[in-house]
Ligand binder design. Structure first.
Ligand code: CS2
Ligand code: MG
Length: 403
């Protein structure tokens, strides 16, 4: 049996911060797990270093489910993003190790490929509708079959989802949180014309997506869903905060626009009602923040019983280690829907050399044993941690609002 002899936390900032766990066994096999929690990175690094690593040494790396249960039940204080990201990092690293020892890519261990590749969606955004459409046409030319549309809101100085750079988007860009200003009324007026222009320019053969980023009340979200129905969106995402899962009952009663939610979820309990009552169509929980491959498979199996498909989060704060894990998972899970794909910086790609690739709108994790991702530790050491916060958000009268 491969005995765990060390587990190290590596923090690096090749354009943005990443926390990675590297587990090593007595036979020299190593595995990687992503533990990045945007804006709260060092909390997970400490949770791992101070509270998890001491419990791992000497364990049989093959006993993935047992170690998962040990860390989840053994914490006593269950769930939460910090705990579940730490567990995810261990879980992902152990699956990587198992794949390397078996000499098989991870998707083979998960049941084998069910499809040629994972359909991914790219991010078209711009300050104006025209700029966003131009970016979307560019994605369409590159072969994307699904495109997310985000545009600046007339009357608001800035908003989420609109980047300074053409392909690279990173909202956590300040040493202390930037303060943004928000108006749901202005925003709600701006989205239907964006979709109308997009259908006009891009046609009907491409999937169009949109992220509301938890900004609306349930009844406002219902109105947006109705307003967008003529343009047949693939989904609207995080249309209202989901701490209260019952919120989605109201939205569901009013619109046939498909609903996606869950990038901030970290356990199956966060989506139990949403899935059981078929209040959503896509679950966005992802490997790194929802307890690793072991727990995400459980969520997906439960979702499959209720006609809910996967649509995993894949923003730039999810490292190439998570991206690879998500692609192995997506390739093998029956109820795969779509995978989000935002490109990393060249420095990030150089720190994490990887086997995954993009072709004709689909991504494939490659056939290297395990995850197919490495960490160049020397290069990582040249990019030290840099504190960076996500912005905060206020309404026009100064009241704090969801970001
Ligand atoms: C967004 C993310 O990709 C998405 O759907 O909601 O960019 C999100 O803002 C970041 O991951 C926050 O860290
Ligand atoms: Mg989102």
């Amino acid at each position: 049996m491969p005995r765990i002899v060390s587990a190290r936390v590596i923090v690096t900032c090749p354009g943005r911060n990443f926390v990675t766990l590297k587990v090593e066994c007595d036979d020299g096999t190593t595995g990687l797990g992503d533990a990045t929690l945007n804006g709260r990175e060092l909390a997970v690094a400490s949770y791992l270093e101070d509270h998890v690593v001491p419990c791992l040494i000497g364990r049989d790396a093959h006993r993935i489910e047992d170690i998962w249960q040990y860390l989840y039940k053994g914490a006593y204080w269950r769930r939460g993003p910090v705990t579940m990201s730490a567990i995810a990092a261990v879980d992902t690293a152990l699956w990587d190790i198992k794949g390397k020892i078996a000499g098989l890519p991870l998707h083979q261990l998960l049941g084998g490929a069910m499809r040629e590749g994972c359909m991914v969606y790219g991010h078209a955004n711009g300050a104006t509708i025209e700029d966003t459409i131009e970016a979307a046409l560019d994605y369409q030319r590159q072969g994307y079959r699904a495109i997310r549309l985000q545009s600046g809101v007339p009357g608001l100085a800035s908003t989420y989802g609109v980047s300074k750079d053409r392909y690279f988007y990173e909202p956590a860009d300040a040493d202390l949180p930037t303060e943004n200003m928000w108006s749901s009324e202005k925003y709600l007026r701006s989205v239907p014309p964006l979709f109308a222009a997009a259908r006009e320019a891009l046609g009907w053969d491409v999937h169009l997506l949109h992220d509301v980023h938890h900004r609306l009340t349930p009844i406002e979200a219902a109105r947006l869903g109705k307003d967008l129905e003529p343009y047949r969106p693939f989904w609207i995402e995080d249309s209202t905060p989901a701490e209260n899962q019952a919120n989605f009952r109201l939205i569901r009663q009013h619109t046939t626009t498909p609903l996606a939610v869950g990038e901030v979820f970290n356990a199956i309990w966060d989506c139990k009602t949403l899935i059981e009552e078929q209040l959503i169509d896509y679950i966005r929980a992802t490997v790194v923040h929802a307890g690793g491959i072991t727990h995400l498979r459980r969520i997906a199996a439960f979702a499959d019983l209720h006609n809910v498909r996967t649509g995993c989060h894949g923003a730039t704060d999810l490292s190439p280690v998570t991206m690879a894990a998500a692609l192995h998972f997506g390739l093998s899970v029956p109820n795969f829907g779509v995978q989000e794909y935002m490109r990393h910086t060249d420095d990030t790609d150089a720190v994490f050399p990887h086997a995954y690739s993009f072709e004709a709108g689909l991504m494939h994790p490659g056939d290297a044993p395990g995850l197919g991702v490495d960490l160049d530790e020397d290069r990582a050491a040249t990019f030290p941690y840099k504190r960076a916060y996500l912005p905060v958000n206020r309404r026009e009268d100064g009241t704090m609002h969801d970001w």
